[in-house]
Ligand binder design. Structure first.
Ligand code: GLN
Length: 453
């Protein structure tokens, strides 16, 4: 098979499905075909990368040299970065082919992709429903067979939740495993780039390519990378699973609970053992996350001032108006809401009551995980309390949207890795099983996911 055929097939599939799904913001067709031709011209003796010729899509907050990176914001509608993100360099070295940039909630703020400044991505299983978010375009593109692989980012669930809603596999790696250099920052202490694929094996190959220490990211950790694919042994005998009672409680749909229990039975039959455990501080996770992530966002988004990047209001008469007008005109409502919340939480007089309290809660949440991981190899629960939302169901009610992140957010606060794998359907919509691991133990997470899959 020729790479040009594979890449052409990808664009053909996009041509047939994307008027409905709307997963892509910008396509890279000319460059991709050129790259494909170069790859086809390689001889048998030439070195070939681990992802040779494979079509891949990127969430549009991962920067690409000379190719528009919008974060689905009017602010960056025409922004062309001067260099590639580290993960993009790694994909290029691995001979993957970049098909295009994918739709998302503006600056990754949201859970439905309805906060995109450009378009509404639909769930490929039923286009009356959202694909989840914020990496909704990335998950929908894999589910719709438009690309084999996507990279997304996960600050509070943005890879795992859309993977669950779209019936694909999505991993949020341990904080620090994958370089964030070239990921447009939302909340730097929580953001992680991760992998969205159809199968666990594909996912392991993709992580192998993008993981590893990077001197350009001060929070990137220098660890020896294991061979992730080699850990897919199919064996879970004797594995100890903790199932947090907080993850199967009130607010979780009965159909979701039922398929998680079925998955646990399957793993039990394979020789794993599971017990109920408790993550008692989970109830503070949503409040803590939205204070911390908004605080960090308010600082990170200060750089979009109408001067350095992107949109500049044409009407401003002085410098203050230039800042004010550019930001007022280009940011969407959700982004403004977060900036205001974050600025408030960090302001003197409120800092101790909100930001500091949220940091303290974060520590307790992290310790909850450490306690459980003293006795258990992985933690299992649902990825999301429900299946995909109807279009419009939560977007106008931010609090409702925020609280539904309850099962993904603690993982980011603790910095641990977690994957979502499909585990059933309810009324035609996919359900996701979440497998959470110890820091830098993606191997065990993958092993369980693969054995179950
Ligand atoms: N839904 C969460 C939020 O709106 C998570 C977003 C993310 O992980 N990028 O902040």
């Amino acid at each position: 098979i020729q790479v040009t055929d594979l890449v052409a097939e990808s664009y053909k599939q996009i041509g047939e499905t994307d008027s409905k799904i709307q997963a892509f913001v910008n396509l890279n067709e000319e460059n991709a075909m050129e790259t494909a031709k170069k790859l086809d011209a390689k001889n048998d003796s030439d070195k070939k990368g681990a992802l040779f010729g494979l079509p891949i899509g990127l969430k549009d907050n991962i920067i690409t040299k000379g190719f528009t990176t919008t974060c689905a914001s009017k602010m960056l509608e025409n922004f062309r970065p001067l260099h590639d993100a580290t993960v993009v360099e790694k994909l290029n070295e691995a001979d993957a082919v970049l098909i295009g940039k994918q739709n998302m909630d503006e600056f990754a703020m949201g859970s439905t992709t309805e906060n995109s400044g450009f378009k509404q991505t639909k769930n490929p299983w039923n286009t009356d429903y959202v694909p989840g978010g914020s990496s909704g375009g990335s998950a929908a593109a894999v589910a719709a067979g438009q690309v084999y692989f996507s990279l997304g980012s996960d600050t509070g669930g943005s890879i795992r939740q859309p993977a669950a809603f779209c019936g694909v596999v999505g991993l949020k790696p341990t904080y620090g495993l994958v370089s964030r250099f070239g990921l447009v920052a939302f909340a730097s202490s929580l953001d992680q780039i991760g992998t969205i694929t159809k199968s666990v094996e594909d996912n392991a190959y993709l992580l192998q390519t993008i993981a590893g220490h990077d001197k350009c990211d001060a929070t990137s950790v220098d660890v020896d990378l294991p061979n992730y694919v080699a850990s897919l042994t199919g064996d879970v005998k004797g594995l100890k699973i903790g199932v947090p009672k907080e993850y199967l409680g009130e607010g979780v749909d009965e159909a979701v609970k039922a398929s998680i229990k079925e998955a646990l039975e399957t793993l039990e039959k394979m020789g794993a053992v599971w017990e109920e455990v408790s993550l008692p501080h989970s109830k503070y996770a949503v409040a803590s996350y939205y204070l911390l992530s908004s605080s960090e966002a308010s600082a990170n988004l200060a750089r979009f001032d109408g001067v350095r990047y992107g949109y500049r209001s044409p009407n401003a008469k002085n410098l203050n108006d230039l800042y004010l007008d550019s930001r007022s005109e280009a940011f969407g409502d959700e982004v403004k809401r977060r900036i205001m919340l974050g600025t408030f939480a960090l302001s003197s007089g409120y800092y101790d009551a909100y930001y500091k309290k949220a940091q303290q809660a974060r520590t307790l949440i992290k310790e909850d995980f450490e306690n459980v991981f003293e006795k258990y190899d992985v933690i299992i629960g649902p990825t999301s309390p429900t299946t995909a939302y109807k279009l419009g169901e939560v977007v106008d009610d931010p609090l409702k949207m925020y609280t539904r992140d309850i099962l993904t957010i603690p993982v980011n606060l603790a910095g641990v890795p977690a994957i979502s794998v499909p585990c059933g359907f309810s009324e035609g919509l996919p359900i996701g099983l979440q497998i959470i691991g110890k820091p830098f133990d993606e191997q065990t997470v993958y092993r369980v996911a693969h054995a179950y899959e």
